[in-house]
Write a protein that binds this ligand. Structure first.
Ligand code: UD1
Length: 363
C-alpha cells in the first residue's frame, strides 16, 4: 500500500511521529509486504521553534516534501496547501492519505486527496466541540464528512461518528498517538536552560494561550493576564508565547512581574516544565490530554471542549468566564484538585493498533 502522511502545524508532529516509527518497524520486519510512504509537511508552521525542533527531538525523519504554504488568512492558507498538495500528487499517487488532528492542513489535504479518488484516514476523527466559531471545528466536520477510515481517541468520538451515519466498520477505536509520544519520551525530558536561574526551587504554573478568541483582542488578553497575575500569589508563571499571541501582547505594552515569558519551547523542555508544574492554564486541546496523563491540574480557558474525557476522567476543568478563574487558580495552588483516572487506550500503543489496522486494510 502507498501512503501519504500529512503534517502541517505543531500539534500534528507529536501525532505522526509514533505512526512513522511503527511503519518503519513493520517494514523492517515484513520487507515482502512493506508500506511505501511519503511524509508531507505543508509548511503551515515554519519557525524553528514551531516545527523543526519537534522533528529533531521526536526523531521524525525529514519530510519528503515541504509545500511551504506559510501563514495567511484561513482562505489563503487553505488554498496554498491545496494547490501544493495537488501538485505533489502529480509526482506520486498514494492509495491512502493519512491526516491527523484538526488544523487547516488536515482539512485542506483531505479534500485534495478525496477529489483525487484517494482514500482518506483521519487520526483523531470524530471529536466535536459544537463551537463553529473555531476554525478547528469546521476543519473536523469537513474532514470527517469525506473520511473513509476514522482512527478514534474516545468513545465520545465513536458516538459522534455513529450519530452522523458512519458505519462501525469504518470506526477504529485506537487511542491517542499524542500520548504515545509523551509516554515514549518521559525518560528523556530536558530541563530548559532558563529553569535553574529563573524558576529554581520556586513553585510555578505553566500558561499557554493562542486561540484567536483569547489573544486576538488586546483587551481580552490583558484581562486574562491581569486576572492570572492577581490570583497567583507568590507563584511564578512560565509562559511560552505563541507568535500569534506575542504580536498582540507586544502591542499592549504590558509586563508582569513573576511571569517568565519565553519563545515557544521545544517538546522535551516544554513537557519537563509541565511535568514539574503545580498546574497549567491553557486554551490548547492537546495539552489537556497530556496533563491528564501526567496528573497535573489543568484549567482550560474556552467555552467548550472536543475532548470531554479530559474533564470526566482527566484533570481538566473548563472555565467559561474570567470571573470564575480566580477561584479555580486558588484551588489549583492549594492542591485541592481532582486526580486523573485511566483513559481507555491512552497507553502508548495507539500507533501499533493503527499499523495493525493498515495491515488488515491492505489485505
Ligand atoms: C494553528 C491551528 C491550531 C493549533 C495551533 C498550534 C488552525 C486553524 N489552527 O493555530 O488548531 O492549536 O496551530 O500552534 O490550523 N506564526 C509564526 N510562525 C509559525 C507559525 C505561525 O510566526 O511557524 C504566526 C503567523 O503570524 C501566523 C499566526 O502565527 O499568521 C497563526 O498561525 P496559524 O498556523 O495560522 O494558526 P495558529 O494560531 O498557530
Amino acid at each position: 500500500m502507498k501512503i501519504d502522511i500529512i503534517a502541517g502545524a505543531r500539534p500534528n508532529f507529536m501525532k505522526i511521529g509514533p505512526i512513522i516509527r511503527q511503519l518503519k518497524i513493520y517494514n523492517e520486519e515484513h520487507p515482502e509486504n512493506a508500506f511505501s510512504y511519503r511524509l508531507i509537511h505543508t509548511g503551515q508552521h515554519y519557525d524553528r521553534n514551531m516545527s523543526e525542533s519537534f522533528f529533531e527531538q521526536l526523531d521524525i525523519p525529514e519530510p519528503d516534501i515541504n509545500l511551504g504554504a506559510g501563514s495567511g488568512t484561513q482562505a489563503q492558507q487553505t488554498a496554498q496547501i491545496m494547490i501544493g498538495y495537488e501538485d505533489a500528487l502529480k509526482q506520486w499517487k498514494p492509495d491512502l492519505c493519512i491526516v491527523v488532528g484538526d488544523v487547516t492542513s488536515t482539512m485542506a489535504c483531505a479534500i485534495v486527496a478525496k477529489k483525487a479518488h484517494i482514500l482518506v484516514a483521519h487520526v483523531e476523527g470524530g471529536i466535536r466541540s459544537g463551537d463553529l466559531k473555531m476554525p478547528e471545528e469546521i476543519n473536523r466536520m469537513v474532514t470527517d464528512s469525506i473520511t473513509d477510515y476514522f482512527f478514534t481517541t474516545s468513545e465520545e468520538a465513536n458516538k459522534n461518528l455513529r450519530a452522523t451515519g458512519h458505519g462501525a466498520d469504518k470506526i477504529i477505536y485506537v487511542g491517542n498517538t499524542m500520548i504515545d509520544s509523551l509516554l515514549s519520551h518521559l525518560s528523556k525530558l530536558r530541563k530548559p536552560d532558563f529553569f535553574s536561574e529563573q524558576v529554581g526551587q520556586e513553585k510555578y504554573i505553566v500558561l499557554t494561550l493562542h486561540r484567536p478568541s483569547n489573544v486576538d483582542e488586546p483587551e481580552k488578553l490583558v484581562s486574562l493576564l491581569d486576572t492570572i497575575h492577581q490570583s497567583i500569589g507568590e507563584y511564578k508563571v512560565v509562559f511560552p508565547m505563541h507568535p500569534r499571541t506575542r504580536k498582540v501582547f507586544e502591542s499592549t505594552g504590558r509586563s508582569y512581574e513573576n511571569f517568565i515569558i519565553t519563545t515557544p519551547m521545544p517538546y522535551l523542555e516544554f513537557m519537563y516544565t509541565v511535568k514539574h508544574a503545580s498546574g497549567v492554564i491553557t486554551d490548547s486541546g492537546g495539552l489537556t490530554e497530556e496533563t491528564s496523563i501526567l496528573n497535573i491540574p489543568c484549567i482550560t480557558l474556552r467555552d467548550s471542549t472536543e475532548r470531554p474525557e479530559t474533564i470526566h476522567l482527566g484533570t481538566n476543568e473548563l472555565i467559561k468566564d474570567v470571573e470564575a478563574l480566580e477561584g479555580f487558580i486558588e484551588k489549583m495552588i492549594q492542591g485541592k484538585w481532582k486526580n486523573a483516572q485511566t483513559i481507555p487506550y491512552w497507553d502508548g500503543k495507539t500507533a501499533e493498533r493503527i499499523v495493525d489496522a493498515l495491515v488488515k486494510m491492505d489485505k
